[in-house]
Design a protein around this ligand. Structure first.
Ligand code: PLP
Length: 383
């Protein structure tokens, strides 16, 4: 069995660009350099048309209208724009934000900033399986809240939140619902209408597109969502996100969305088989291992496991032929235990002993077998 190393198992941190998407990125970068705001010549029109085509592909992926999609630099910017932008338009009526205790930093960060500005922030806790139950939301003081923000698929443990049920609850209370769908978009079917979502953040590089581009969905009808921009000085994206558009990145992001929409169901099926093989292999080889987060309601490519008596940091140092993380990519440089796992009720020891395994579009069976053997060998050594 020969595999190319390092074997990439960190698809929740980022995904490699799909070669078909790379073709679009390169050809647009090379052949269509016009500024879509140049309305006086054909190079500008061509660029504008590429952007509108991409907008349509993003919209098709999430069941929205194209004009409800705003291009940004990624999900971090989209999340900030969603939370801080709505906060500003709503603060005269409400200064209450409801979110969860398993959010990505790009949501928990702006939430903390609002708190610093005097907002009340309610963090609905996930259960020990990493799921935020609708009942827990129903128990939160929803009445009169400005916004609810929920992560669609958790970035460390892959758990899928009951968006449609939370959406129904929010609709009933007249509260806006924002979803951070950076991990979910292109991996599971999303429909902003059926799920009652009012704002949604997406990232291109999590769905085999280029880095530095993303989108924010903003509902235009029932209700029309109004946000205040975070930057000023241009009319691009209806003035909500001024600045010359990243045309190659946006066109490639559109292609990545198109491919994801067509292939997501088959891809998820294939990934589930690989994940089951991975888990069965680990269970057979390594005693004293636990899976973190619900396995059933979860992204097909994600696995998160802890090993008794092992620090993930020590494991990663020895697993040089595998590219994977102990926790979220952002915090894995230090050896702090994962706050998300601690919030699920794991002890500090187990939260420091977790590996996040992210399988993706190009992961092979041979790579899975290779990785299982390596992990088993290194856990044994370290113990
Ligand atoms: C990666 C990620 C983000 C940030 O996306 P960027 O495009 O890298 O800014 C936000 N939320 C979640 C859940 C993510 O996984």
């Amino acid at each position: 069995m020969t595999v190319k190393t390092p074997v990439y198992l960190d698809h929740n941190a980022t995904t490699p660009i799909d070669p078909r998407v790379l073709e679009v990125l390169i050809s647009v970068q090379r052949d269509h350099f016009g500024n879509p705001a140049s309305s006086g010549h054909s190079l500008g029109w061509a660029a504008a048309q590429l952007v509108e085509q991409a907008r349509e592909q993003v919209a098709l992926l999430i069941g929205s209208e194209p004009r409800e999609v705003i291009f940004t630099s990624g999900a971090t910017e989209s999340n900030n724009l969603a939370l801080l932008g709505t906060a500003e338009t709503r603060s005269s009526r409400s200064t209450h934000l409801i979110t969860t205790n398993i959010e990505h930093e790009s949501v928990s960060g702006p939430a903390a900033e609002l708190e610093r500005q005097g907002w009340q922030v309610t963090r609905v806790p996930a259960n020990n399986d990493g799921l935020v139950e609708t009942a827990a939301f129903a128990a939160a003081p929803m009445e009169g809240a400005a916004l609810v923000s929920v992560i669609a698929a958790q970035n460390e443990i892959g758990t899928l939140q009951p968006l449609a049920e939370i959406g129904t609850l929010c609709k009933g209370m007249g509260v806006l619902l924002h979803c951070d769908a950076a991990q979910a978009a292109g991996k599971i079917p999303l429909d902003v209408e059926a799920m009652g979502i009012d704002l949604m953040s997406i990232s291109s590089h999590k769905l085999y597109g280029p880095k530095g581009v993303g989108a924010l969905y903003l509902r235009r009808r029932d209700p029309r969502v109004k946000i205040h921009p975070r930057q000023f000085g241009g009319s691009q994206e209806r003035g909500l996100r001024p600045g010359t558009l990243n045309v190659p990145g946006i066109a490639a992001f559109g292609e990545a969305c198109r491919l994801a929409r067509l292939e997501m169901v088959m891809e998820a099926r294939r990934l589930l088989v690989l994940r089951e093989r991975f888990l069965a292999g680990l269970r057979e080889a390594i005693p004293g291992m636990q899976v973190n987060g619900c396995l059933r309601r979860r992204l097909a490519g994600n696995l998160n496991v802890s090993f008794d008596g092992v620090r993930a940091h020590a494991l990663l140092g020895k697993l040089t032929t595998l590219a994977l993380s102990s926790s979220s990519a952002c915090s894995s440089a230090d050896s702090q235990p994962s706050l998300i796992l601690m919030n699920l009720g794991l002890s500090e020891a187990l939260a420091s002993a977790s590996l996040r395994i992210g399988l993706g579009r190009f992961t092979t069976e041979d790579e899975v077998d290779f990785a299982v053997a390596k992990i088993a060998q290194v856990v044994d050594q370290v113990r």
